[in-house]
Design a protein. Sequence first.
Length: 390
Amino acid sequence: MTRSAKTLLPWLMIFGAGICLRTGIASLSPILDQIKRTLAITNAELGLLTTLPVLCMGGLSPLGHMLERRLGLKRSMIMALALLTIVLLLRLDGGSYGVLLFTAVGVGVGVGVGDAIIRPLLSGFIKGEFASRAPEAMSVYAASMGVGSAVAAFATPRISDATGSWPLGLAFWALPTALAGFCWILWREDIAASARSAAQPSLTISRSGILGLTLFFGLQAGINYAAIAWLPSLYGTLGYSDHTAGLLVAIMMLFQTGVSFGMNVIMRALKLTTIKAALAFSGLAILGTLCLLLAKPLPWLAPLMIGIATGGLFPIALLQPLDFAHDRSEATRLSGLTQTGGYLLGGILPWIAGLLIDQLGVDTALLTLLVGSAGLLTVVTVLIQRTYQK
């Protein structure tokens, strides 16, 4: 392998993994109405298809750490991407709701293991492979997840229409996942550098502080996943096609990606601390969700605003544990705790949205859930600020 290829490979590994850890979830939302019509299921049952992967991401996160300690970073990551490839291919048999539920769990297991491995990767692999360029590498990873979600939301209905098969539109995302796995196969792992200490650092933050950080991570994730899952259905009831609904969700994800990628620059330019940035973007989340009231005359406004808000909230949620940790090991443990619980909370919100939609209709239910979650996010941010000041 040439020197330029060796230099490029770590970037491809991070970018490819970030993309593939979101396409399996985001590809479902633009064609939920097609799935509902084909399988004759309720909105609550539809909600499970988007909820189960996120619940698995949180609940199975410790499995990633155990695999990494036993098998090493490279083999564990290849295993996660291989699992994702297999379950995405299984979606070719999409005529059964049971099969889709099974693949939703499989996607969640693969993503949960992959996320759990990539989190220490950001402090280990990135530090070793990128040295002084670690902030740029973290930005690429955060942005790649948004790119994966945007591309999946935009392309899935088009692939489905072009092939005449929505199961094929879902299974298509096994291809980039397999390519990402190939990039990891090419990498030579430094076994010595990947060794981890078994000691568990004690946490100096209070339980209320941990709860606050967990709620913040869960609420911002839940707003994002609920919007991705149900915005296409909302625009469908307003008379927009699946293609247009997918495009609008892609717009949300593209703005989310741009803000996540440039968050460090934004915070430096506006001289925002993590807490001040959290308050500012929580306010934007309230404003963005209220823009759903204008979804009919200005369909692009709510996705744009929600994309900006969630694009800022995600890196903030990743940064917050660092403000409360005294060293890297404590930061790693605190991040693991808050993200595990946060993903469990965030995963429930799309399912709750499905239950509410069956009772209230998609417009009222989605507006109520998202505005309420954004408002609660602001309250939690204020409580975190008070904990930090103590």
